[in-house]
Write a protein that binds this ligand. Structure first.
Ligand code: KIV
Length: 279
């Protein structure tokens, strides 16, 4: 079965057809999100915070992304799989960046790569696209720069910052990016960017007028029910609580000798048992 082409996104934008992207980092969840109808799966470097236990995306490595992308590719048949270029994998040199992007397509099986930044990464985006690597951009609150921003703050709020973001989006479009994520920016600015560029915008904390939306799976599933959920995340389930309750019940049944029962056990012939009586 062929995967969706990245060109579908422009088709959807032209038709005004909204689309959902979601993160996944392993085989079972990749299967589930595709079965739920998600056409684009992002192996985001949010992996660091929601799966690997780091407090930011900064420590995530190329090997981490390659490992998790391979599992997501195995778990999907039709979805476009976008893999994040992690912090440090494209900043040091364009040649390094190219090698790492190629690795995500060749070794991990991703359809496309995503990287953060505007005009300053546009020449790199252009080189990747010219070499056959589909690139998704990422503007606004770019988590790899969280130390630079000094926290999770709404971006593009001043006239200068909003104009810069608009120009960055245009630079990515001109460089050949096939879509751009807009993270944590005012909704009216996201609407303006969406109307002024021809490539689809995918919002997270960017209001309802982007062409598509993206959410971090573990936030929307309520896996961490004891951690602060950012305002842009909508919690659709309480999987954390469900898992904890199920495991608690298992622990109680083992301790109470209620599990396993004969239903979960295997029998042995009486005659075989008798033969063992003298051993
Ligand atoms: O890493 C990630 O999950 C992302 C999304 C928040 C867009 O980049």
């Amino acid at each position: 079965m062929a995967r969706y082409s990245i060109h579908k996104l422009r088709e959807w934008k032209a038709k005004g057809q909204r689309f959902a992207m979601i993160t996944a980092y392993d085989y079972p969840f990749a299967r589930l999100v595709e079965q739920a109808g998600v056409p684009i799966v992002l192996v985001g470097d949010s992996l660091g915070s929601v799966v690997l236990g780091y407090d930011s995306t900064v420590p995530v490595t190329m090997d981490d992304i390659v490992y998790h992308t391979r599992a997501v590719v195995r778990g999907t048949e039709k979805a476009i799989v976008v893999a994040d270029l992690p912090f440090g994998s494209y900043q040091a040199s364009p040649d390094d960046a190219m090698r790492n992007a190629v690795r995500l397509l060749q070794e991990a099986g991703a359809t496309a790569v995503k990287l953060e930044g505007g005009s300053h990464v546009a020449p790199l985006v252009h080189r990747m696209v010219e070499s056959g690597i589909p690139v998704m951009g990422h503007l606004g609150l770019t988590p790899q720069s969280v130390n630079q921003f000094g926290g999770h703050k709404v971006q593009g709020k001043t006239p200068a910052a909003a104009a810069k973001l608009l120009n960055d989006a245009r630079s990515l479009e001109e460089a050949g990016a096939f879509a751009v994520v807009l993270e944590t920016i005012p909704a009216p600015l996201a609407k303006m960017v969406t109307e002024r560029i021809s490539i689809p915008t995918i919002g997270i904390g960017a209001g309802p007028d982007c062409d598509g939306q993206v959410q971090v799976l573990h936030d929307m599933l309520g896996i961490y029910d004891d951690r602060r959920v950012l305002r842009h995340a909508k919690v659709y389930a309480n999987i954390g609580g469900t898992v904890r309750d199920a495991v608690r019940e298992y622990v109680a049944e083992v301790e109470g000798r209620e599990f396993p029962t004969t239903e979960h056990s295997f029998e042995m012939d009486e005659s075989t048992l008798n033969e063992l009586s003298g051993v």
